[in-house]
Design a binder for this molecule. Structure first.
Ligand code: AMP
Length: 220
């Protein structure tokens, strides 16, 4: 197996965000949310709704370039100067894995001298060097997986398939390849929808229900 991958459902996202909301309400009254783009954008927007915080902005961190592959050190895209004087800020991301992205964001936000800063992620992996104040679920590092969030399905499946689809394969064979290489269990309807869209976008070629990436490989 290359590495494990898991599909995250919208129900998981709702459950984790509602757990974060409950923890925040019990201990902290933020007046501003900073979502880390891109992974933290949706959870930040959900928490902006459920915590009644209209002041929502985002800053961009970059760390994992291609699915499950780190691109060197985490970086923070220059966010410029933020006026956070007196603000109580909640920083939100999808997951703390190495923790480097959240640490960078936290240090930057702190440097802007807000009144208070707390951090929240939906998933927190035990190996992370940064521990968020609030998280939806703790994941033991021995259960590490690449979590395919609902907003990253196309990008992740494209990257996973590019690793395993060398020749031609039927939908059933694609499913088996994903299971064998990434222990990924994916519903037929989701895989079918995504593959059909890949075909429409020219990322995969369909020949009477047999799929290949030949044209893409040739053009790269
Ligand atoms: P990190 O700096 O390692 O804590 O992670 C930075 C970002 O990479 C996270 O906010 C996610 O968007 C993405 N990421 C890292 N690890 C994973 C993972 N195991 N599954 C899904 N996304 C991840």
């Amino acid at each position: 197996m290359d590495f494990r991958a898991r599909i995250v459902t919208w129900t998981d996202v709702e459950k984790w965000c509602s757990s974060i909301r409950d923890q925040v309400i019990d201990s902290f009254v933020p007046d501003m949310i900073i979502g880390l783009s891109r992974g933290g954008l949706v959870p930040a927007r959900i928490l902006s709704d459920t915590l009644w915080i209209k002041d929502l902005i985002s800053i961009k961190t970059e760390h994992w370039g291609i699915t499950a592959t780190k691109s060197g050190k985490a970086i923070l895209r220059d966010p410029g100067k933020l006026n956070l004087n007196g603000r109580k800020v909640l920083i939100v991301d999808d997951i703390t894995d190495t923790g480097q992205s959240m640490k960078l964001a936290y240090d930057f936000v702190k440097s802007q001298e807000p009144a208070e800063v707390k951090t929240a992620t939906m998933l927190h992996i035990t190996r992370s060097s940064f521990i968020p104040d609030f998280y939806g679920e703790l994941v033991d590092q021995k259960n590490w997986a690449w979590f395919i969030f609902p907003w990253n399905v196309y990008e992740d499946l494209d990257n996973l398939l590019s690793k395993v689809l060398n020749g031609r394969a039927s939908l059933e064979e694609l499913k088996t390849l994903l299971l064998k290489n990434f222990d990924l269990k994916i519903e037929d309807t989701l895989l079918e929808t995504v593959i059909n869209d890949f075909v429409k976008a020219g990322r995969i070629i369909s020949n009477s229900g047999v799929y290949s990436r030949e044209k893409i490989a040739a053009s790269q």
